[in-house]
Design a binder for this molecule. Sequence first.
Ligand code: ZN
Length: 351
Amino acid sequence: MIMMSVTGLIGSLCGCNGANSGGANPLAGGPIPAKVNVRLINDNGEVTEPIFVRKIVKTPAEWRRQLTAEQFSIARSQQTERPFCGIFHDHKKPGLYSCVCCRLPLFSSDAKFDSGTGWPSFFQPVAGENISSRLDNSHGIVRTEINCARCDAHLGHVFNDGPQPTGQRYCLNSASMVFSEQKVLPGTSAPISTLPKATFGAGCFWGVEANFRDIRGVISTAVGYAGGRTKNPTYKEVCTDQTGHAEVVQVIYDPTQINYDLLLLAFWNMHNPTTLNQQGPDVGTQYRSVIFYHSPQQKEGAIASRDRLQRSKKWGNRSIVTEISPVPEFYYAEEYHQKYLEKKGLRTCHN
Ligand SMILES: [Zn+2]
């Protein structure tokens, strides 16, 4: 299911152009959700290093549309399913249990044990970062409630009477989880390499990357060079405007949270696509507006989206000069350029 909501895109952070004045940003949402460190699963089925992602925040109505009534009452309203009734209490297949709301990987079957309680029980999560906890004083007892760290879904409780090696018992509601055998992982439990990519150039890549990182559903980003004539270009070489490479951002996104059309909308809103080889004070082919598509569907979507924007007259009668080409080899930019504004605590490229 594609969630058609994007929060946190707040127009051009880059300041590389003064042209982002065209009315309300259709993607502007409420406050930007906080970020949290979580771990995903890599291509070998191993847990990754922590990745800093936006929390997933939705309205109750949005959750209701996505979940069954039972899943909603448990995962979003802190109810508990009856013991021995959940689909996973006696479930023994090898695989991965993920959050029913956001598909964050939570527990592996390797850590599942029969606690005799009637609820699926685990002695440890896939990653401590993926579970948050808080004191729960309901029903006159003090317990520790556990939640999905990314979307705050209610999962169950954790107790200190579990088996070794941890001595913990994570007591789960089946309805708070989805299961997959390791080979076919759902949503963002899937290996990162199986998630779709999108590649855009919209001027100075520092600001463009910062803009994309603020979008819900964007799992990771990298800045680099693409579309030129030379191999393994350096920043210095690209600056000369002689290599033909554009400064681009490669985006990996979760299609259960955002679709390509919304990424395109974000792209159009973060730069001026009518100035040839220029964004504000930055001039040269390396700053050109470009969409490098990764599939025929992306190509079709990019052309249709460009044509809609042209017809909308947002830019008056000026032509949109954005290049739309098949994705060429992507060369990672030097490490100091990655997440540059975040590292420097800056909001724009031209402070
Ligand atoms: Zn979640």
